[in-house]
Design a protein. Structure first.
Length: 398
């Protein structure tokens, strides 16, 4: 486990594949037909209730989870309930958000495999749970876009309704997950993921109430990337737990359960990680895939290095995007890109402390804050100077 020291978030920011396909007995055609039927049902309901479907989806997820957790007490699980509930309330929406079909494939295959005994039930439970959570992460990203679209169209009531759904997801899904990472990595006070998510939501809500779409876009990055970080740290922590479990002689099934949990969390962010380093993201997916990697061979240091490499690539990429936006006089976009870059830099804070030490890490974050301020003030020369300082220090992680 890493050093548990952490720095406060930037002051300006606080105003952030088909692993079980072979197990599924459904044909592609049957799944598509079922998905189409469910999509039609959900569309019909949404026309009548606008965004109330999110609350129904979260409730369905919680009911599925409660049913699956019966196995923890050696009680019989009603897999027909799990399957029907997923198809009725979640499957169509999962496919809308994830057009690749990979999330639905994983969840559906885990349900089938858990039901017919092809997969140990607790492993199936974790895949269903964590991949559904990954879907909710992607759903909140979509809802942020809805808020912006409604604000730009002048429909404040619909924007607020969509934002209420984001807050519901945060309270019911994201914050409970973040709290577990805070406890594991000992992130407290204004350093905690929970507080950063809430800070982002508060800043967004203030912007929404002021009908300030520009600030809403910017502060979305605090909320979104703090949730992103909790998913990354979740997957990373399971690699640490697996390696520790190997040394302790933990049962192989327990190791696979933790491997499945890591893989499920990774699904939320692996597409984004590919944008930072495609090879690193693919390797992480391979390491956590039950059918590709023996859990007993997982090394926490390798996983950490791969995550760092991909996230570092994301952070550096946003410096380039910000410079381009400033050059094109896209000043709102530049603010968004700069804060997003800083949030990705914040994500690897523990690694920065380990490699650079506290003094240099503080220096890096001071430059990062000054960079964001200069971008906000449309001071291209000053922004460039601080960007170069940040990138120079980040280079030491490579």
């Amino acid at each position: 486990m890493k050093k548990r020291t952490a720095l406060s978030l930037f002051a300006t920011a606080l105003l952030a594949g088909g692993v079980l396909a072979a197990c599924s007995n459904e044909t592609t055609e049957e799944k598509q037909e079922a998905s189409t039927e469910e999509s039609e049902k959900v569309d019909e309901k949404q026309n009548n209730t606008d965004f109330s479907q999110v609350e129904k989806q979260v409730t369905a997820y919680q009911e599925i989870k409660a049913e699956l957790e019966k196995m923890k007490e050696n009680k019989e699980v009603d897999w027909n309930f799990v399957s029907t509930h997923y198809k009725d309330y979640l499957q169509a929406e999962v496919n809308k958000i994830d057009e690749s079909g990979e999330m639905d494939q994983a969840i559906s295959a885990a349900i089938t495999a858990g039901q017919n005994g092809d997969l140990e039930q607790n492993i199936a439970r974790q895949i269903i749970d964590k991949v559904t959570q990954s879907y909710f992460y992607q759903k909140q990203k979509s809802l942020h876009k809805d808020v912006v679209a409604f604000l730009e169209a002048g429909d404040v009531d619909k924007a607020k309704a969509a934002f209420d759904e984001i807050k519901h997801l945060a309270n019911e899904v994201f914050i409970p997950t973040a709290v577990k990472r805070d406890e594991y990595y000992q992130l407290e006070g204004d350093k905690s993921l929970e507080q950063n998510i809430n800070a982002g939501l508060s800043a967004q809500e203030e912007a929404l109430n002021n009908e300030n779409v520009e600030d809403y876009k910017v502060y979305t990055q605090i909320t979104d990337k703090s949730i992103y970080r909790s998913y990354y740290l979740a997957a990373n922590s399971y690699a640490e737990k697996i390696e520790a479990g190997i040394k302790e002689g933990k049962d192989e099934t327990e190791l696979k359960i933790e491997q499945a949990e890591a893989w499920g969390f990774l699904q939320a962010i692996k597409g984004s990680l590919s944008g930072g380093d495609e090879e690193a993201a693919a390797k992480l997916d391979e390491i956590f895939s039950l059918d590709q990697t023996d859990a007993k061979t997982i090394k926490a240091s390798e996983v950490d290095q791969l995550f760092t490499k991909a996230i570092l690539g994301k952070a550096k990429g946003y410096h380039e995007k910000t410079a381009a936006a400033l050059e094109n006089e896209e000043f709102v976009e530049a603010r968004v890109e700069a804060l997003e870059g800083n949030m990705f830099t914040k994500m690897i804070e523990l690694e920065l402390l380990e490699v650079l030490g506290e003094e240099k890490t503080n220096e890096l974050f001071e430059h990062a804050e000054s960079w964001f301020n200069a971008v906000s003030e449309q001071n291209t020369d000053e922004a460039s100077k601080h960007s170069e300082a940040v990138l120079s220090l980040l280079q030491e992680l490579e």
